[in-house]
Write a protein that binds this ligand. Structure first.
Ligand code: MOS
Length: 754
C-alpha cells in the first residue's frame, strides 16, 4: 500500500451543513436521458472501426473435429476470421500472470485457443468485417464438425458425484459446525425438514456486454462495460501477456452489471486480440442470446434446511445444506448458507456447501451471491416453523435474536433487525394478517401477507482517490470506480462537497478510467463505502494542504494564523473571525491548484472485532386467483437498517431494484438447462421472464436513522444487494398465507400452486 493518508475526521461526526444524506437527483441524470452518456458500444475511435461477431459452439462438450471458414472468407467485407487454428498465442487457462489479486478475477481468460469445447455456445470462431451485418452473415457460412462427448447437465442426476470444495466464494469455510445439530434435531419436539430448489438464473443487465479495443503501439485502450476496472486491467494483461500499464480500461457509464461485469468475457478478450491482429479498432457486442452462455449465471441449487425448536419457538438447531451445480473447468461455490452463521441464535448449528460438476460455463457472482438463493430457502423454512408452532413469524424471529454473532462470538456493529421488523409491521398493517392460510378471500381472489428478514455482509475494499482543486476553486475528483446505475457519481460528489464545504455542483467527479487511482470497483455492495471513504479522505487531506498554503502564503488573509480552528463552509474558509471565499483564497495562495490523495484499506479491525452486516425486513401482500393461481404482488414494503444513508433517493432505487429482483426470483426467473444437450433453452428476454412494470406495484422503502461508526469514516453500510435478500421468501410466504400452498421449488409459478 502506498503511503497515503488513511486516518481522518469521521464524516458523520461533522456538525455543519452536509450534503450527505440529502435525496439529491443524479448528477449524471440529464446526460443519461439526453444520450450524452456514452456506453461501451457507442465509443468511437480514430481509424476505421471493424466489427466482430462471435460464432458459438453447437455442442456443450467435446472437440472441434474440423472447421471450414473458406466460404465465409470469400464474403466481401470480411477482414479476418479467427479460430483455434490461427488465434494468437495466449497463456493456457490457469493462474493469473499477476498474482496480486485473487486469481479468479484476474487470471488469463484465453479464447479460441484450443479445439476443446467446455460449454454450449463457447466461442469457436470470430468473424471480423467492415460491418456487423457482414460479420454475422459470414459467421453463418462457417461449418464446424464436432466430436461430441456425453456431458453432465442435470444436477439432480449427478448428486452422487457431489464434493466439498476448498472454500466458498469470498473465502468462507465450506462447512461450519457448532454443538451437535443431529442430536438436537432428533430430540426436538418441533422440526422443519424441507428441501428447496432454486434455478439457474441470469443477470440480464439492460446493457449487453460490449467492447471496443484500440491499440496504439504496444498499448491497448479497451472501452467496455465493467464493474471493476482493476480486474479487467489485470485479466486482460494476463490474457494478452503484456504489462498492466499497457492496458487502459475505460468504462464511464455502465448499463447495469449485477455481478456479470466483474471479470472479462469473450467480447473483451476477442476484441483486443482481433484489433491487435488487424491493427484496427475492433468492436464486439454479445447478443442477448449469447450472454446466457458467455456472461455468467447463477447456478442451480438444491438446499436442505432443517430447523428444530422448543414449543416456545426457541431454535435448538439450524442446519443448512446446499448442493450447487458448478462448471467442470472452473469452480464457483456460491456462499449460499453463510449468512445463516450469524442471522439467528441457536446452540446447535451446521452449514455445508457441496458442488456437482456439470458441463456449463462457470457460475458467477450474481446480485447478492449467497443470500439471494440462500434466504429464498431459509426464510421460507422460518415461516414453515412459525406456522407449525402457531406463532407469528416476526415473534419467532425476535425470540431467536442473538445478543452477539452466534458463530464468531463477537459483537454486532449496528444490528437493527428487530426494529426493522417492528417498524415494518406497524407501517404495513401486519396485525391484519390472518394466521390461518386461505382465510382472506375477495371474490375469486385469495389474499395473503408474508414477511422475511434481510441480511447482507458489509464490506470495504482497498480504494484510492485523487482530488484536485484549481486556482479558481473548481474541484475534480478522480478514481477508477464505476457507476453501474447505482448513483456513484452523485454520492461521491455529495461526499466531496460535504468535506470541502462546497456546493455539489462545484465538484466534477470523474470515474471509469483505469488511469485514475485504483478502487475496489462496484461489487459486493462495497462500492459506496470504499470509494466514498477514499474520496472523503482525499478531500480531508486536500483541506490540510489548503490550510497549510493559507497559513504560509504571505498574500493570504490567514497568513501566520497558528492553531485556530479553520472551517470549510458555504464555499468559504473561516478562521479567526475572518471568512474568505475558497475560490478567492486559491487564487491568492495556490493559483496553480493543489492535489491530494486519499485511501481506505480493506476491512480492518472494525470488521475483525465486529460482525458487520446490513439488515432489513420485507413485507408483502399478494393476491392469488383461485381459478388460475395467477399471483399478483399488491404492495411491498422494506424497512432497512444499513448505517448512514448517503442519498435516500439513490438508496431507495437500489432497494426497490433489489425488491423487484425478489419478485423475479419468487415468481418468474428461471433459466432452463436442457438436460440432454446442455444449453439454456430460454435464452432471451421473451422466454426468460423478468418483472415488468405491470408486475411491480408501488414499492415502499423506509430507512431507519442509523449510522455505524465501526463501518467506515462515513458511517454507511452496503445496500446494493440488500433489497433482494429475503424479498422472494417474503413473497412465497405471502402466497402460503393466501393459499396454504407451500411451494419449495422456485420460481413459484402458477402450475405449481394449482
Ligand atoms: Mo456483485 S454480484 O459483486 O455485482
Amino acid at each position: 500500500m502506498r503511503k497515503i493518508m488513511t486516518n481522518s475526521t469521521p464524516a458523520f461526526a461533522d456538525g455543519g451543513k452536509t450534503h450527505i444524506g440529502q435525496p439529491m437527483d443524479r448528477v449524471d441524470g440529464a446526460s443519461k436521458v439526453t444520450g450524452r452518456a456514452i456506453y461501451a458500444y457507442e465509443h468511437q475511435a480514430e481509424g476505421h472501426i471493424a466489427y466482430g461477431y462471435i460464432l458459438g459452439a453447437g455442442i456443450a462438450r467435446g472437440r472441434i473435429a474440423a472447421i471450414d471458414t473458406a466460404y465465409a472468407e470469400k464474403v466481401p467485407g470480411v477482414l479476418h476470421i479467427m479460430t483455434h487454428k490461427n488465434a494468437p498465442t495466449q497463456p493456457a487457462f490457469g493462474p493469473a500472470v499477476t498474482p496480486t489479486v485473487r486469481d479468479v478475477f484476474t487470471r488469463a481468460r484465453p479464447m479460441l485457443s484450443t479445439d476443446e469445447i467446455r460449454y454450449f455456445d463457447e466461442p469457436v470462431a470470430l468473424v471480423v468485417a467492415e460491418t456487423f451485418e457482414t460479420a454475422r452473415g459470414a459467421a453463418g457460412l462457417i461449418s464446424v464438425e464436432y466430436a461430441s462427448e456425453q456431458g453432465a447437465y442435470d444436477l439432480r442426476g449427478h448428486l452422487a458425484s457431489a464434493y466439498a470444495p476448498q472454500r466458498t466464494n469470498a473465502g468462507f469455510e465450506t462447512d461450519s459446525l457448532v454443538g451437535d445439530f443431529e442430536a438436537a434435531f432428533a430430540a426436538s419436539p418441533v422440526k422443519v425438514d424441507a428441501i428447496y430448489t432454486t434455478p439457474y438464473a441470469h443477470h440480464n443487465p439492460m446493457e449487453p456486454h460490449a467492447t471496443l479495443a484500440v491499440w496504439s503501439g504496444d498499448a491497448v485502450t479497451i472501452y467496455t462495460s465493467a464493474q471493476t476496472l482493476a480486474n479487467f486491467r489485470a485479466g486482460m494483461a494476463s490474457t494478452l501477456q503484456i504489462p498492466a500499464e499497457k492496458v487502459r480500461i475505460v468504462s464511464p457509464f455502465v448499463g447495469g452489471g449485477f455481478g456479470s461485469k466483474l471479470i472479462v468475457h469473450p467480447d473483451t478478450v476477442l476484441a483486443a486480440l482481433a484489433a491487435r491482429e488487424l491493427q484496427r479498432p475492433v468492436k464486439i457486442a454479445l447478443t442477448r442470446q449469447q450472454m446466457f452462455a458467455n456472461a455468467g449465471h447463477r447456478a442451480k441449487m438444491i438446499q436442505s434446511v432443517r430447523l428444530s425448536a422448543d414449543r416456545e419457538g426457541r431454535l435448538t438447531g439450524i442446519a443448512h445444506d446446499v448442493c450447487s451445480a458448478t462448471s467442470r473447468f472452473e469452480e464457483f461455490c456460491e456462499q449460499t448458507a453463510v449468512f445463516g452463521r450469524s442471522l439467528y441464535a441457536a446452540p446447535n448449528r451446521m452449514t455445508r456447501h457441496r458442488l456437482v460438476k456439470v458441463d456449463t460455463n462457470r457460475g458467477e457472482w450474481m446480485r447478492s451471491p449467497g443470500e439471494a438463493p440462500g434466504m429464498l430457502a431459509f426464510e421460507c423454512a422460518m415461516d414453515e416453523l412459525a406456522a407449525q408452532i402457531g406463532m407469528d413469524p416476526i415473534e419467532l424471529r425476535i425470540r431467536n435474536e442473538p445478543a452477539i454473532d452466534p458463530e464468531r462470538n463477537i459483537p454486532f456493529s449496528t444490528r437493527n433487525l428487530v426494529e426493522c421488523m417492528q417498524e415494518g409491521a406497524r407501517r404495513f398493517g401486519w396485525e391484519k394478517r390472518q394466521a390461518r392460510p386461505g382465510s382472506v378471500r375477495e371474490g375469486r381472489t385469495l389474499v395473503g401477507l408474508g414477511m422475511a428478514a434481510a441480511i447482507r455482509p458489509n464490506y470495504i475494499g482497498a480504494s484510492e482517490a485523487r482530488v484536485r482543486i484549481d486556482g479558481r476553486g473548481k474541484v475534480t475528483v478522480q478514481l477508477d470506480m464505476t457507476d453501474i446505475g447505482t448513483g456513484t457519481y452523485t454520492i461521491l460528489a455529495q461526499i466531496a462537497a460535504s468535506s470541502l464545504g462546497l456546493p455539489v455542483a462545484a465538484i466534477d467527479v470523474q470515474l471509469g478510467d483505469s488511469n485514475f487511482p485504483r478502487t475496489a470497483g462496484s461489487g459486493g455492495s462495497w462500492g459506496a463505502a470504499s470509494a466514498g471513504s477514499a474520496v472523503h479522505n482525499a478531500c480531508e487531506s486536500l483541506k490540510q494542504k489548503i490550510v497549510a498554503s493559507a497559513r504560509e502564503a504571505v498574500a493570504s488573509p490567514f497568513y501566520g494564523l497558528s492553531n485556530n480552528r479553520i472551517d470549510f463552509v458555504n464555499a468559504a474558509i473561516r478562521a479567526g473571525g475572518r471568512s474568505v471565499r475558497l475560490a478567492d483564497l486559491m487564487a491568492l495562495v495556490a493559483p496553480h491548484g493543489l492535489d491530494a490523495q486519499g485511501a481506505v484499506e480493506a476491512a480492518g479491525d472494525n470488521y475483525r472485532n465486529y460482525s458487520q452486516h446490513s439488515y432489513g425486513a420485507h413485507f408483502v401482500e399478494v393476491a392469488v386467483d383461485m381459478d388460475t393461481a395467477e399471483t399478483r404482488i399488491r404492495r411491498m414494503l422494506s424497512v432497512i437498517g444499513a448505517g448512514r444513508i448517503l442519498n435516500p433517493k439513490t438508496a431507495r432505487s437500489q432497494i426497490i431494484g433489489g425488491m423487484i429482483w425478489g419478485i423475479g426470483a419468487a415468481l418468474m426467473e428461471e433459466s432452463v438447462l436442457d438436460a440432454r444437450h446442455g444449453h439454456f433453452l430460454n435464452h432471451d428476454l421473451a422466454e426468460y421472464h423478468v418483472p415488468v412494470s405491470a408486475d411491480v406495484p408501488d414499492l415502499n422503502v423506509i430507512f431507519l436513522g442509523e449510522a455505524d461508526p465501526n463501518a467506515n469514516v462515513l458511517g454507511s453500510k452496503g445496500i446494493g444487494e440488500l433489497g433482494v435478500c429475503g424479498a422472494g421468501a417474503a413473497i412465497a410466504n405471502a402466497i402460503f398465507n393466501a393459499t396454504g400452498a407451500r411451494i419449495r421449488a422456485f420460481p413459484v409459478t402458477l402450475d405449481k400452486i394449482l
